[in-house]
Write a protein that binds this ligand. Structure first.
Ligand code: HEC
Length: 163
């Protein structure tokens, strides 16, 4: 008698489980707003200018001319404490890509924007994203001041043979 009772409880529990399993599929069909966030992300990405990057620098507020050796020396010192743990001055990758040729590949204001404001650019810049896939590390913001960044840029120019 007792065994029959337990069996029927067991069967009832199984029936409940089955009912729950079957019932779960319903609520998914009422979506429709799910497409909205995706659209706004596309708008954001299409307003990104890969030549300029994102930040306060542009063609008119970064000017480069003849190499300023004193400025380049300061930039090299800053790079020594904040950058060379991850970057070489050759074209060889360390943690991040080597710096050789960077000033030929990128506009000076792109470099200034990236090194002062890497986070949003890592999210949006197609070439930086390709590097992220190779390097598997996100470059951390090194908290450079505008002057620091300009001096590092001068050092990169020197490294690329600017005179
Ligand atoms: C913890 C490692 C790390 C440090 C420290 C670091 N970087 Fe980077 N950097 C990277 C990685 C990795 C990338 C590739 C993009 C990515 O994955 O975020 C990168 C990319 C770059 C690029 C773009 C290179 C290209 O070929 O387009 C520049 C310029 C750059 N870093 C400059 C600097 C400067 C200047 C400093 C110091 C103030 C610095 N980085 C410090 C890891 C680092």
């Amino acid at each position: 008698m007792k065994r029959a009772y337990l069996t029927s409880v067991f069967l009832a529990a199984l029936a409940l489980l089955a009912a729950c399993g079957g019932g779960e599929q319903k609520p998914e069909t009422d979506g429709g707003s799910a497409a909205e966030p995706a659209k706004s992300m596309v708008a954001d990405a299409s307003s990104y200018d890969p030549k300029r990057g994102e930040g306060k620098f542009n063609e008119s507020n970064v000017t480069v001319g003849a190499l300023d050796a004193a400025m380049a020396a300061k930039g090299e010192a800053i790079s020594g404490t904040k950058c060379f743990s991850c970057h070489k001055t050759t074209d060889e990758k360390l943690v991040g890509p080597g710096w050789k040729g960077i000033t030929q590949r990128k506009a000076p204001y792109w470099i200034m924007n990236f090194i002062t404001n890497p986070d949003p650019m890592i999210d949006k810049d197609p070439e930086v994203q390709a590097q992220l896939e190779l390097c598997l590390v996100r470059m951390p913001n090194q908290n450079l001041t505008d002057d620091d960044a300009r001096q590092v840029l001068e050092f990169m120019r020197k490294n690329d043979g600017a005179k």
